[in-house]
Each structure stands twice: as C-alpha cells, then as structure tokens.
Design a protein around this ligand. Structure first.
Ligand code: F6P
Length: 336
C-alpha cells in the first residue's frame, strides 16, 4: 500500500560535483508539487548528527540550477560510519518528522544511506532513503552516468586545449594530471576528446615503454613536435611520469595538475538535465515506492534499483573506448 510521505530531507555528501544544486532544486520542487515538505540537511550526513538543517521552499532553490558547488555544503563524516553516530542522526530524523531522505553523492554517500536505512529498520522506523549518483568520477556501478562527469570533462578539455596552444608554440610535451583516484573514466573521455598522445588510467597496469615512450616516439616520427600526456591521478604522479619521460627521451615536459578546478564551474546542459530528471525520480520513488533505492541511468533511461543490489553492481571498464583511444594514439606514426 502506498504510504503518504510527509517530509523529505535532502543532502549532498562526499566530493562535490557540478549539477548537485540542480538535483537539490529538482528534489525540492518535485516534493512541493506532491505536497511533501522538504528540509535541507547541511554538510552531508554530519548535518543529521549535529541537527544542521534548513527548511527549503520553492524560492530557496531559485537561481541555483546554473551554479557549481552545493548550496547545502558537503562533507565526509567519520562519525556517521559508527552506529552511535547514526543513532544521533536517526534521533534528528524523528525530531524533524522525516520519513524520507534523498542523498546526493557517490559510493561513500550510498554506503551511509544503506547503513542508516538498515539501522532505521532495526529501530522500527519507517524511513526510506533514495540515492542520486553525483560524482565527477562516473564510478557508480548501477548507473551509466553520474551527475558532474560531463561538466568536469568539459572543464578539463578547456584547460588542456589552452595548454596545447602553448605546447605547440614551444614544441613541448605536457603531462596533465586529471582527477580519478580509483577510476579512469575522466582521463579516458578527456584523452579521446583532446586527441592526447598517451593516456594512463588506474584500471590498467601501465607499461611505461609501450604506453608512453613508444607513443611519443611514433608521434615524433610522424612530424609532431608537441605531445599531450593525460594521467589519471590514480595511475601515477604527473611529476614522476614527466621525470621518466625526460630521462628516457631527453625532452623536458611541463606538468599541470588540474586538481579541484575540475569539480567547480557551472554545470553543462547534460548535468542540469540529468540532475533534474534524477531529482524528480527520487521524489517519485519515495512517494510511490516501497523501499530504499538508488536512481540510475541505463541506456538513457532512468532506473530505480534496490540499494543493496545497486551497491553490489560493478561498472565494467569501457574497453571499447580504450580500444578507440589505443587505435587513435597508435596510428600517430608515419603515413603509409
Ligand atoms: O570527486 C571525486 C574525486 O575527485 C576523486 O577523483 C579524487 O581523488 C577525490 O575526489 C579528491 O577529493 P578530496 O580532495 O575532496 O578528498
């Protein structure tokens, strides 16, 4: 039987991603459209522990769809990983009369969501939790796409295009480190999109000779006088890679670590639209659904997958894209 949800809490947690604000806005507006109240929990799961919240109305989320960052702030909470921390969080939920939570973030956020939903069930509380995937790493198993990825790719591409100008003038090699501690999606997409000479990702054990040296040599033979090496942070340090290139090839690369700049900026159309759809869906699932779910996108369509099942899913590495990258970088040799 459908349960009447009266009040939803919404939070953003973990590393921020462009489009989080658009998702918060969608959750608030979709709740209001269904006659459900909405409360913003600030600073991630910490906000539930410390009772750090703000009531949200339609106008409180005006003019944020285009803004990077998150109006609710974000944090990673160690205390929430402990049962005692979650007990405090559940006490806040009771106090606020929350019967649903929408948690916007990545893997760590969803593990927190699963833990609190289990603890609530153990305590006999009817509290449902729905997750919305938002991380520039695009590394959530149950969704082909995570909010923020497209914006981060575009930010990195814009920076690398600028670097290419000066690398071309000075006939230099650039080693650019992009984010992705455990996942190479950003490096892969960016590498393809900037026409990189070589790309290193954490999913593949790097073979320095084959993956970098050989590629630069081929490009050099083809007459190229500047080279762009893109490294995911989880695949190695750009500084060390640059030193090795210097030692092996006798060239003097310049290193750029793009860092947190990739997490900021106005979200792209794809991220605003995806965030709006996912936010709407999360409220729909809370209002009509029966359990704890994670929203996802599979082949362009929205999915709601039961949380435990969703968290057990792994994202296969995109070998097809890697092969494209390999083909396009390896053919950088003499024409025949
Ligand atoms: O947002 C994901 C991510 O960007 C990772 O790629 C990166 O390793 C990590 O966050 C760094 O986040 P922070 O500096 O906030 O710990």
């Amino acid at each position: 039987m459908e349960k009447k949800v009266k009040r939803i809490g919404v939070l953003t947690s973990g590393g921020d991603a462009p489009g989080m604000n658009a998702a918060v806005r969608a959750v608030v507006r979709a709740s209001i459209a269904r006659g459900i109240g909405c409360i913003g929990i600030r600073r991630g799961w910490n906000g539930l522990i410390t009772s750090d919240f703000v009531p949200l109305t339609s106008s409180s989320v005006s003019h944020i769809i285009n803004k990077g960052g998150t109006m609710l702030y974000t944090a990673r909470s160690l205390e929430f990983m402990e049962e005692a921390g979650r007990a405090k969080a559940l006490a806040t939920c009771r106090l606020l009369g929350l019967d649903g939570i929408v948690a916007i973030g990545g893997d760590g956020t969803f593990r927190g969501a699963l833990a609190i939903s289990r603890q609530a069930a153990k305590d006999g509380m009817d509290l449902r939790v729905v997750g919305i995937p938002a991380t520039i790493d695009n590394d959530i198993g149950c969704s082909h796409y995570t909010i923020g990825f497209d914006s981060a790719c575009n930010t990195a591409i814009e920076c690398i295009d600028k670097l290419r100008d000066t690398m071309q003038s000075h006939e230099r090699c650039s080693v650019v480190e992009v984010m992705g501690r455990h996942a190479g999606y950003l490096a892969l997409y960016v590498g393809i999109s900037v026409g990189a000479t070589a790309v290193l990702i954490p999913e593949r054990e790097p073979d320095f000779e084959k993956d970098i040296v050989e590629k630069i040599r081929r490009a050099r033979l083809a007459g190229t006088t500047h080279y762009m090496v893109v490294v995911a942070e989880g695949a190695g340090s750009a500084i060390e890679i640059s030193q090795r290139i210097h030692d092996e090839l006798g060239i003097d690369p310049r290193v750029t670590v793009l860092g947190h700049i990739q997490r900021g900026g106005s979200p792209t159309a794809r991220d605003r639209e995806t965030a709006s759809r996912m936010g709407y869906e999360a409220v729909k699932v809370l209002a009509e659904g029966t359990g704890n779910q994670i929203i996802g996108i599979q082949n362009g369509l929205l999915t709601d997958i039961e949380m435990e099942e969703a968290l057990a899913m792994t994202k296969p590495f995109q070998m097809d894209r890697y092969q494209i990258l390999e083909a396009l970088t390896n053919s950088c040799g003499p024409d025949f």
